[in-house]
Ligand binder design. Structure first.
Ligand code: URA
Length: 187
């Protein structure tokens, strides 16, 4: 999968997991395919499955609002996708089997986009991108360098809908992302 066409063809024809049978759409990603910044969430929800785009439901709207306030747009500044490209039933957490089947698509996306900054939205993305020994409550907002990538995890925007007291930390993390992006663009 070294071109977008190849990646899209492989995603659209994938039937490795049983959840592929129930999908309306494969949700590959959205945004600027040449962005320096990439957001990675967990898996499509109901609205994402309907529309074929990531983060277009309630959680996505909240994320877009926060990013708009920082003048960061999908069109210009970032690419956004998920660990899973198909919706798990009732939005349950992806199984290990599903994640391992789907991760090659994400790796191909990272190679094609070539971001410098990766932001994990929530514990699932954090687990597969940064490792299993970290905790979102303890390690969110911290920068990790892995090879050429600067990586941070923050709350999943759906967590803010459940617990608004997390919003302040979330906005602080996103501000730090914007600062890092400014640094990266200068060099
Ligand atoms: N939650 C996610 O993790 N991803 C989406 O695309 C939507 C909701």
């Amino acid at each position: 999968m070294t071109t977008w066409e190849e990646l899209e063809r492989s995603c659209l024809s994938c039937t490795k997991c049983p959840i592929s049978k129930d999908r309306t759409n494969v949700v590959i990603g959205d945004g600027n395919k040449n962005a320096k910044l990439m957001f990675i969430g967990e898996a499509p929800g109901e609205e994402e499955d309907k529309q074929g785009k990531p983060f277009v439901g309630r959680a996505g709207k909240l994320l877009d609002l926060a990013l708009d306030a920082l003048e960061l747009s999908r069109e210009n500044d970032f690419y956004i996708c998920n660990i899973l490209k198909c919706r798990p039933p009732n939005n349950r957490v992806p199984t290990e089997y599903e994640a391992q089947n789907c991760l090659p698509f994400l790796r191909a996306q990272v190679k094609l986009v070539q971001p410098r900054i990766i932001v994990c939205l929530g514990a699932t993305a954090m687990k597969y991108i940064l490792g299993r020994n970290l905790k979102i409550t303890q390690d969110r907002g911290k920068w990790f360098q892995r090879g050429e990538f600067h990586i941070m995890a923050t709350y999943h925007p759906a967590a803010l809908l459940r617990d608004p007291s997390k919003r302040e930390d979330f906005y602080r993390d996103l501000k730090s992302v914007k600062e890092k992006l400014k640094e990266m663009i200068q060099f």
